[in-house]
Design a protein around this ligand. Sequence first.
Ligand code: ADP
Ligand code: MG
Length: 261
Amino acid sequence: MGAATDTAATMGYLARALKAPTIGRVWEPLAATARDEGWSHEQYLAAVLSRQVADREANGTSLRISGAHFPAVKTLEDFNVDHQPSLRRDVLAHLATTTWIPKAENVVLLGPPGVGKTHLGIALGIKACHAGYPVAFDTATGWASRLQAAHRENRLEHELKRLRRYRLLIIDEVGYLPFDADAANLFFQLVAARYEQGSILVTSNMPFGRWGEIFSDDIVAAAMIDRLVHHAEVLTLAGDSYRTRSRRELLKTPPTTGADQ
Ligand code: ADP
Ligand code: MG
């Protein structure tokens, strides 16, 4: 009893006061390790604090990932670059560093359905979460209805300002559904509000030349593209749908058991 219990109570209190639960958990077992392995006081303190910092960072990342509302978990490591021979690997490697996000630069991923645009968008979003940047993911239609709701309730300005807390907005599937003039105008305001303020990553199955059709207005589309690409990497993905290609490859695979074996 006595000193040891006092220390335990004090450490429990201090860990709570610091909001550092990991310290409360590790100070005692690490002290035993320190004694066994002859650590200095400095080494022990550094070990305790680094466990707390590592846990805090891991928690922050998982909060950011769940807060981003990604439709699935996709990583760059799972992305098969061999399927995209024309994709600039140096550009992809640069994007993976996330250094473009503090500079408020944008990314545009273009290409037909099934070539991995959403996959890459999510994967870069997850990299951003790991690097400490808050991210928000939605489809173009999803963003349009959020903005329309805000506009109806007279809080568009407020909503655009609130969205600044996200250092990266991902707008998936621009072009699958056309926008009416009101939605197009709200969309333009979103892009304009983020210009040189915060990053946007856009995916689209339509080349820029056809964005006038999506936004039912060539001038609005041109003004938007202008702001979007001024500081941006534009990557065009090509080829067959990964889904149908892998299905075809499966069908080509000879059966492992059969009449002729
Ligand atoms: P898009 O958004 O271009 O229509 P997706 O990103 O949804 O295409 O890709 C369709 C499916 O194929 C997803 O399950 C995705 O993970 C997978 N996929 C696409 N391209 C690749 C790739 N190069 N490597 C691994 N998986 C891929
Ligand atoms: Mg997609």
